[in-house]
Design a protein around this ligand. Structure first.
Ligand code: NDP
Length: 423
C-alpha cells in the first residue's frame, strides 16, 4: 500500500507532516506551510508598482509522481477544482506502469536583434556570419558573470524575413530563465550589428519561443491498468488515441486539449515562481510550428500499451526573477528536493502529459463533468455562504439537483438552516 494512501482525507496539518516525513524537507519550510506564510509587504511592495497587497490562490500537492525512476511530490497552485485530483489519479495509474521518462537534447535560450533599412541584406548576412566569433565575444563581455559560472553566448544565426535582417543569439543561461541575461547581451551587440549591416536596430530582445530548450516526456501505460474490465480498457485506450488524433486535425479541439495540459503545467510553473506567460507563449508557438495549431501531446496504441509523448520548449529556472523572494517558493523547492532546471523542466512536461491523460480518460469514459461537478458543487456551496460543516452536505445535495448552480446552492442552504432551527 502506498505511504500516501488516504492523503486527501487527512487535514492540512497531517498532510504537511506526512509530506515532511516522506520528502525530508526542512522545519523552516514546514513552518512556512503551517503558517501559510506569503510574500511580506516589504518584498511584494518592491516587486510591482502601485502595490495594494497580495492575492492568494489555493496551494496543493500531488503526493506521488514518478519521473525517471525518482519519486516526487508536485506542489501546485491553481484555482480550478479537479486539476489536482485528476493529476494525482493519472500519476497513480502511470506510476504503476513505470512512470514518466524524459529527454533534453540542449538547453539554450534565444534572443534576437531585428535590423531594418539594411541596404544589402544578403551581403550584411554574410558579413555578420563572418564576424560570429567577435559578436559572441562582445555578447559575453556584456554579461561576464554568466560566463564565469560556465555559461555564455554559444551561437548566432542570421535570417532575412520580409524587410528585416534578424540576428538570433543562443545563450547557455545555466539555471536561469535568461530574459535579463539575453536582453543585456543583445543590447551589448546591437551597435556592432548596426555597424556591420549599415542598418537600424528596431529591437533587441529575448524570444519566448525557446526552440533550443526542448524537453520531451514519455510514458508507456499498460492498457490493463486503465480500469477493471479488459474489454472496456482496450476501448478506452483506443478512444484516447482517437482523441489525440482529433486534437491534431481540429483547432477547436486542439485549443481545449492544450488548455487541459496547461492546467497541470501552469499550476507547477506558478508554484515554482517561474514566468508562466513565457512558458505558455513558447508552447503555443510550438503547437503551431508547422502552420496549423495542433494538440501538443500524442497518444498511440502499441500492442498492450498506450504510449504518451509530449515535447515542449521550456524556459524554466531555479534561480532569478522572483524565485528567491517568495517564502512559499522556497518551500516548493524544498518539497521538490531542489531539482536543477533540467529536472524541473522535465517534471513540468511530464505533469502536463499526466494531466492530459487524466482529462482524456475521463472525457472518453464518464465524461469530464462527473468529476468536475463534484468539486464545483463544493465551491458553489461555499460561495452560497455555507460554513465548513454545511459545505459537504450542501455539495452532496447539489449534485443530485438538476441545476447545479449558485441559486440552487443558496436555496439548499436556506432549507438546511431552516431545518436546523426547527430541530
Ligand atoms: P535574473 O536576472 O533575475 O537572474 C539571473 C541571474 O541569476 C544571473 O544573471 C546570475 O547573475 C544569477 N545566477 C545565480 N546562480 C546562477 C546559475 N546557477 N545559473 C544562472 N544564473 C545564476 O533572471 P533572468 O535573466 O533569468 O530573467 C528572468 C526574469 O526576467 C523573469 O522574472 C521574467 O519574468 C523576466 N522577463 C521576461 C521577459 C520575457 O519573457 N520576454 C522579458 C523581460 C523580463 P550573477 O551571475 O550576476 O550572479
Amino acid at each position: 500500500m502506498s505511504r500516501f494512501s488516504g492523503f486527501y482525507k487527512k487535514n492540512r496539518q497531517e498532510r504537511i507532516a506526512l509530506l515532511q516525513q516522506e520528502r525530508s524537507f526542512s522545519q523552516e519550510s514546514a513552518e512556512i506551510l503551517i503558517q501559510d506564510k506569503n510574500l511580506p509587504e516589504s518584498i511584494a511592495g518592491k516587486m510591482t508598482e502601485n502595490h495594494l497587497g497580495t492575492f492568494s490562490l489555493p496551494f496543493s500537492v500531488v503526493p506521488e509522481f514518478l519521473l525517471d525512476g525518482q519519486e516526487y511530490s508536485l506542489p501546485m497552485v491553481t484555482e480550478e477544482p479537479s486539476v489536482v485530483a485528476a493529476c494525482s489519479f493519472g500519476a497513480k495509474i502511470i506510476g504503476r506502469s513505470g512512470g514518466f521518462h524524459s529527454e533534453i537534447l540542449e538547453r539554450l535560450m534565444i534572443g534576437q536583434v531585428a535590423l531594418y533599412d539594411v541596404p544589402d541584406p544578403q551581403a550584411a548576412l554574410e558579413k555578420i556570419l563572418a564576424e560570429t566569433e567577435s559578436i559572441l565575444s562582445l555578447a559575453n563581455q556584456a554579461h561576464p558573470s554568466i560566463v564565469k559560472r560556465g555559461g555564455g553566448a554559444r551561437q548566432i544565426q542570421v535570417d532575412i524575413k520580409d524587410q528585416f535582417l534578424i540576428v538570433y543569439l543562443s545563450v547557455d543561461v545555466l539555471e536561469a530563465m535568461g530574459a535579463n541575461i539575453l536582453n543585456t547581451m543583445l543590447e551589448g551587440i546591437k551597435d556592432y550589428l548596426e555597424e556591420l549591416s549599415q542598418g537600424q536596430a528596431l529591437m533587441a530582445i529575448l524570444s519566448n519561443y525557446a526552440s533550443q530548450s526542448l524537453v520531451t516526456a514519455r510514458c508507456r501505460i499498460a492498457i490493463s491498468s486503465l480500469g477493471t474490465s479488459a474489454a472496456l480498457n482496450r476501448e478506452t485506450a483506443k478512444k484516447i488515441a482517437l482523441a489525440s488524433q482529433l486534437a491534431q486535425v481540429d483547432t477547436y479541439r486542439a485549443a481545449t486539449h492544450n488548455k487541459g495540459i496547461f492546467n497541470g503545467i501552469d499550476a507547477l510553473v506558478v508554484a515554482t515562481g517561474n514566468d508562466w506567460r513565457a512558458v505558455d507563449a513558447g508552447a503555443h508557438a510550438y503547437a503551431a510550428r508547422d502552420g496549423q495549431y495542433r494538440g501538443l501531446s500524442t497518444w498511440t496504441l502499441e500492442g498492450d500499451y498506450l504510449l504518451g509523448q509530449m515535447t515542449l520548449p521550456l524556459p524554466i529556472a531555479t534561480v532569478g526573477g522572483s524565485i528567491g523572494l517568495n517564502p512559499k517558493v522556497q518551500a516548493v523547492f524544498d518539497i521538490l528536493g531542489h531539482p536543477d532546471a533540467r529536472t524541473l523542466a522535465s517534471l513540468i512536461v511530464a505533469t502536463g502529459l499526466c494531466q492530459n491523460f487524466a482529462a482524456l480518460r475521463a472525457l472518453v469514459t464518464t465524461g469530464i463533468q462527473a468529476g468536475h461537478m463534484k468539486l464545483q458543487a463544493k465551491s458553489l456551496a461555499i460561495l452560497a455562504g455555507a460554513n465548513e460543516e454545511e459545505a459537504d452536505t450542501i455539495a452532496q445535495q447539489l449534485r443530485k439537483e438538476k441545476h447545479t448552480n449558485l441559486e440552487t446552492a443558496k436555496q439548499l442552504l436556506a432549507q438546511l438552516r431552516d431545518k436546523e432551527k426547527e430541530a
